[in-house]
Design a protein. Structure first.
Length: 409
């Protein structure tokens, strides 16, 4: 709204400047024209009087030009109203002085009375049919009053024809101004409608953009939910399988590029199971069992220090931990941390009927001839070996053959 008002004010000031420049140009043109007519004997005005009136018209235009910045401080609407009134009437007064000094000759009468409505027509299309006609008739009425005051009995033979010609000129300009003003109003109406439509389109686009971002956020949230176990808030089985495939493929590519030894890419898997969870669930109920799963899951997740490590609920009371780029020594340290964290967390949780422990089986990727299924089976066997050995402990899976361990065919 403010930008529109500023643009309208700038347009009105530009129109006022054009009107003032045109008024100055008309006075210069009339000065030269009346000089030629005076030399031909068609007008009675003297050179000093002609220079005086023409200079007064130009000086008036200069004064109005210089006053525009001062008037603009009061606001564009006030400037516009003031200029609409002062520009035509101030120059009309100077024109009447020229007619008086020329002793009301037909040349000065027609030149001024036709020039001023022409100025009004050029000045701006905000003056329609009625305003132009009223202005022209008012000027003619004042001139007629001056003529009668100066010479009541004076009437040139061509004066009636002049009056008819002048009225025809004023009527023509009034019609042109009226049509132009109507067209301008139609254009402004179309502009306003277009502006309202653009604002409505921008608003709708903003709503669509917001809905689009909300939809993207919702899809991301849904995707995240689809990869997270609802009870424990760890990764679910689907996410675990995807990460295992990705990390397994990366490890195998490293082996095939010829990396060996301690610096070879490794992938370690930990399989964890809550000890005697079925008995715990049957004894204390499913709500206590769910709380136990949540507590153990939080302890497992809190034991992982790297962003690349992944803890997942594998199924039931069984969990899995993937440790990319980790050796067996590092995996054992993580497993010991998990054992201790689970004991402490379940002991400190006063809502649990009694603390629990976990057993952990550990294995690693043995080379390109190994498989993901074999990796999981070895970790499972190591897990059951830990349970058979007394639970609440970790167990390393035995590596089948040196050939597979070294990645040789």
């Amino acid at each position: 709204m403010r930008a529109t008002a500023l643009a309208q004010g700038a347009r009105r000031r530009r129109t006022a400047r054009q009107a003032i420049l045109s008024a100055a140009g008309i006075w210069l043109l009339l000065g030269g024209l009346f000089g030629i007519l005076a030399g031909a004997g068609l007008t009675t005005i003297g050179l000093p009087a002609l220079l005086l009136t023409a200079s007064a018209g130009v000086a008036l235009a200069v004064l109005q030009w210089l006053s525009l910045p001062l008037l603009a401080r009061r606001g564009s609407a006030e400037v516009w109203k003031l200029m609409r009134t002062t520009v035509p009437w101030s120059h009309a007064l100077v024109g009447m002085a020229l007619i008086w000094l020329d002793h009301l000759s037909l040349a000065s009468l027609y030149g001024i009375t036709a020039g001023l409505p022409a100025l009004l027509a050029y000045y701006g299309l905000s003056n329609g049919f009625g305003s132009t006609l009223l202005f022209g008739v008012s000027i003619m009425g004042v001139i007629e009053l001056l003529r009668r005051l100066a010479a009541p009995e004076y009437l040139q033979p061509a004066y009636p024809a002049f009056v008819l010609l002048w009225l025809a000129s004023v009527a023509t300009m009034a019609i042109v101004n009226g049509r132009a003003l109507a067209q301008k109003r139609q254009i402004l109406q179309l502009y306003r409608q277009q502006r309202e439509q653009n604002a409505l389109i921008r608003e709708k686009n903003s709503v669509l953009d917001r809905q689009g971002w909300e939809l993207i956020a919702m899809n991301q949230r849904l995707q995240q939910i689809s990869l997270v176990d609802g009870l424990t808030e760890l990764a679910n089985r689907r996410h675990f399988d995807e990460v295992l495939l990705r990390e397994w493929s990366r490890a195998v590519r490293g082996w095939r590029r010829g990396s060996h030894g301690d610096r070879s890419p490794t992938l370690v898997l930990l399989m964890l199971d809550i000890d005697q969870f079925k008995h715990y669930n049957d004894r204390f109920g499913h709500q206590a069992g769910d709380l136990c799963l949540q507590t153990v899951a939080a302890a497992i997740g809190g034991s992982l220090q790297r962003r690349t490590d992944l803890a997942a609920r594998y199924g039931g009371e069984e969990f899995a931990v993937l440790l990319p780029d980790s050796g067996l020594a590092g995996a054992q340290r993580v497993a010991m941390e998990i054992l201790a964290s689970v004991r402490v967390a379940t002991r400190r949780n006063v809502q649990l009927p009694e603390p629990v422990t976990v057993s952990i089986g550990i294995t690693r990727c043995l080379g390109p001839q190994d498989s993901r299924q074999a990796l999981i089976e070895r970790a499972d066997r190591a897990l059951y070996a830990a349970k058979a050995a007394g639970r609440n402990r970790l167990q390393l899976a035995p590596e089948p053959t040196p050939a597979i361990a070294s990645g040789k065919s």
